[in-house]
Design a protein. Structure first.
Length: 729
């Protein structure tokens, strides 16, 4: 429909695009919506004379965008110079946006979730954020407007338990004021770009997220092994890595990847290896691989400005770098003065695909960790008018492409894996909404602080709700020094975090699992062992996430949207529909309150059953972490693996959370012999775990059920022809 100069295209019952002029999508690809939405409810849009847009579903107002004098933003007009002298930060919001979308907040309980990696609680109401990929090594907290990623998607829950989502598909710097300025409305504001957004409708967060996912495109599907333990540090030497692998082989430390940070390169020149640092990288990587441990190396975008350095020469010869005033634009990164590859040109991407391909082959490297791709720069930010000539014969300026730079870098890198029929093993720090198509991600330089441990959970849950499933934080904290208790609690809290990597900064205290005493090592190792047990369950969840957009690491409200009690729970996580983890995230605590949603739950590792819809005090000393499994759930597990090679897995263990029957409120469950048994069959996914063959139908599905005390397994799809055995435990 058209109203004035605006349009509302109803793409299906779940997605409406409201725009004046569409944001140029030549640089980021959204899926064309050709399918009906899930919803049967036809949205009803009305536009008043004053331009107010109201969207009703079933006669209830779900969404209102409006204009009016109250939305004319006023500066606080405070003279701030005296405070700046003391070092205070004088950030004020922009007041003259070119585009300003004002969205009605219905009441003080409206909750706003989303925007990816921000170091905040799940509910981000009351804060302002800016989408502008930023390298932020200082102490992130909820007032930080920008971190590494720009994911302009959020969902709102308001009166009568109504929900909607917004996706604002612009790569320009954009502010999202979530009710900081006013209690009455929130706004999206930008000085560049177009008035153009997707309103996403649905009865539940699940329905909204799945509609959003249909727009951004399918996430990458990483190898099975990637779910294993990653260990990193800035920067491991050959000796450090050998020690690590010795712990793996001698003491059974679960380990799948070691990451090599910038020092393995010669003078930080990308795609080089310093022989003085690691004598024979290729041989060394092979030696690690034989022990079950794969190698991931870091690659940054900045290319050292140095004639005679092949990559620099090639890029300059082929006009492959960002320019300013017709000259290569130079800024400083690790290698000193550097140029910035123009990944927006196909020829440059192809060049880096080839370089990556040669590099991984030559050095037996299994994965590439891309960093500093905001792009970060040491001599001030890149000016807005740095030019990136595009393939579309257009010149794109830095302010347009900044938030997309990482996406184009990882697109080039991931292609190298795909060309070899391998699933991409790529990790990124910066990202745009659609970047999940190419890469896993981590949330950058957190610090060894309890606050950052607490923030990890809502951060990863939020990333998972926007299609970034394979996401994690640096376990133990990157900056500052960790300590024994913090490290142990961090490893426990992130036990189900899809991408689990312990990484720490240069000169920080060592924080490998064995960095403290033997007891601490045993505890850490034990948590990893629990993780490895659950890997088959997580792998199916992951595959399901990639296919449908269902987060594998979700807030409780995702699965229980009708339960008001769960809307602000930041420290409990749903791992799929049947597992709920409630770790301790505060120093010194040995017990915590755990809220259990409806249903009955079993505390994993015990025979204790609990009735849902109430809270309990649960003991968790340093050795334990509370994992609750829904009664009737069937969980596929692994036995005693310390590295994850799918070819070596012949047997899947099956854990069944026994049903004990109706449970009385306020008591732990009493066994009830007459309880009606109601077990939830589990559709287990399996494939080679490595190649892209699964895309061609080469995978298996098994339906695992439990009936009358017996395990039943049926193969429901036999594309891969695996011969797994299943054993009840
Ligand atoms: C950045 C990365 C960090 C890495 C360091 C050195 O700070 O975020 O993970 O260790 O650079 O490469």
């Amino acid at each position: 429909m058209k109203f004035g100069c605006k349009n509302a295209d109803i793409l299906n019952n779940n997605i409406i695009r409201i725009y004046e002029k569409k944001n140029d999508t030549s640089l980021f690809m959204l899926n064309n919506i050709t399918k009906d939405g899930e919803s049967k409810i036809i949205p009803d849009i009305t536009v008043d004379q004053d331009g107010t847009i109201t969207v009703n579903r079933n006669k209830k107002t779900v969404f209102k965008e409006f204009f009016g004098s109250e939305t004319r933003l006023k500066s606080r007009n405070t003279e701030f110079s005296i405070a700046i002298k003391e070092g205070h930060n004088a950030v004020e919001s922009e007041i003259n946006y070119k585009v300003q979308v004002n969205i009605r907040l219905f009441d003080l309980n409206d909750r706003i979730y989303g925007l990816g990696d921000k170091a905040a609680h799940l509910n981000r109401r009351g804060y302002i954020y800016t989408s502008w990929n930023s390298d932020e090594p200082t102490q992130h907290n909820e007032t930080y407007r920008s971190l590494y990623k720009s994911i302009n998607f959020f969902i709102v829950n308001h009166s009568d338990n109504l929900w909607y989502g917004i996706f604002y598909p612009s790569s320009y710097r954009t502010d999202f004021d979530f009710g900081k300025y006013s209690d009455k409305f929130m706004y999206i504001g930008s000085k560049k770009g177009e008035y153009d957004y997707f309103l996403i409708l649905g009865d539940t967060p699940r329905e909204i997220i799945s509609a959003y996912y249909s727009l951004i495109g399918k996430s990458v599907f990483m190898p099975f092994k990637f779910l294993g333990n990653h260990q990193s540090r800035w920067s491991y030497s050959e000796e450090d890595a050998r020690a690590l692998v010795k712990h793996h082989t001698d003491d059974g430390l679960p380990l799948d990847y070691i990451h090599f940070d910038i020092d393995y390169m010669k003078g930080y020149r990308v795609y080089t290896v310093d022989k003085d640092y690691i004598r024979d990288f290729a041989g060394f990587a092979l030696e690690l691989k034989r022990a079950g441990v794969d190698t991931i190396t870091i690659i940054d975008p900045g290319v050292k400005e140095e004639q005679g350095y092949e990559i620099y020469d090639d890029l300059i010869k082929n006009d492959g770098v960002a320019t300013l005033d017709n000259k290569p634009y130079i800024n400083e990164v690790w290698a000193g003065d550097s140029v910035f590859p123009n990944y927006f040109k196909e020829s440059v991407r192809e060049y880096f695909t080839d370089k990556t391909s040669e590099f991984i082959d030559k050095y037996n490297v299994s994965g590439i960790w891309t960093d500093m791709n905001e792009p970060a720069s040491f001599n001030g930010p890149l000016p807005d008018d740095v030019e990136f000539a595009g393939d579309d014969q257009k010149t794109h300026y830095h302010d347009e492409v900044h938030n997309l730079y990482a996406e184009y870098m990882v697109k080039a890198v991931s292609e190298a894996f795909k060309n070899k029929n391998l699933r991409p093993t790529v990790i990124t720090r910066a990202a745009f909404a659609t970047t999940t198509r190419y890469t896993a991600s981590w949330n950058g330089d957190n610090q060894s602080l309890w606050d950052h441990l607490r923030t990890s959970l809502p951060q990863i849950m939020t990333m998972n709700m926007s299609g970034f499933f394979m996401n994690g934080v640096d376990v133990g904290g990157f900056g500052n020094d960790t300590n024994r208790e913090l490290l142990i609690r961090w490893a426990a809290a992130c036990l189900f975090m899809p991408y689990f990597r312990n990484h720490s900064g240069l000169n920080s205290k060592q924080q490998e699992p064995y960095a403290f005493d033997d007891e601490a090592y045993e505890i850490y190792k034990n948590f990893l062992k629990i993780r490895y047990r659950f890997v088959p369950y997580m792998y199916t969840l992951y595959k399901n996430a990639v296919e449908t957009g269902t987060p594998m690491f979700a807030p409780l409200f995702y699965w229980y949207p009708d339960d008001e009690n769960v809307k602000e729970i930041n420290d409990q996580v749903m791992v799929g529909p049947c597992v709920m983890h409630a770790p301790i995230v505060n120093q010194g605590e040995k017990q915590r309150i755990v809220y259990l949603p409806k249903g009955s739950w079993v505390l994993y590792g015990t025979d204790r059953h609990f009735a849902g819809k109430q809270s309990y005090i649960i003991e968790e000393d340093l050795h334990t972490t509370a994992i609750f499994i829904k009664e009737g759930a069937i969980i596929p597990m692994l036995e005693n693996k310390i590295s994850l090679d799918p070819a070596e897995i012949n047997e899947i263990l099956v854990y069944v959370a026994k049903v004990k029957g109706e449970i009385k409120a306020n008591t732990e469950a009493e066994p009830n012999a007459e309880a009606e048994e109601n077990y939830i069959p589990f559709d287990f996914y399996w494939d080679d775990g490595k190649t892209l063959d699964s895309e061609k139908g080469i995978y298996d599905n098994y339906r695992i059920s439990y009936e009358k005390g017996e395990l039943k397994v049926n193969k429901t799809y036999d594309g891969y022809k695996s011969k797994l055995k299943f054993r009840l435990i």
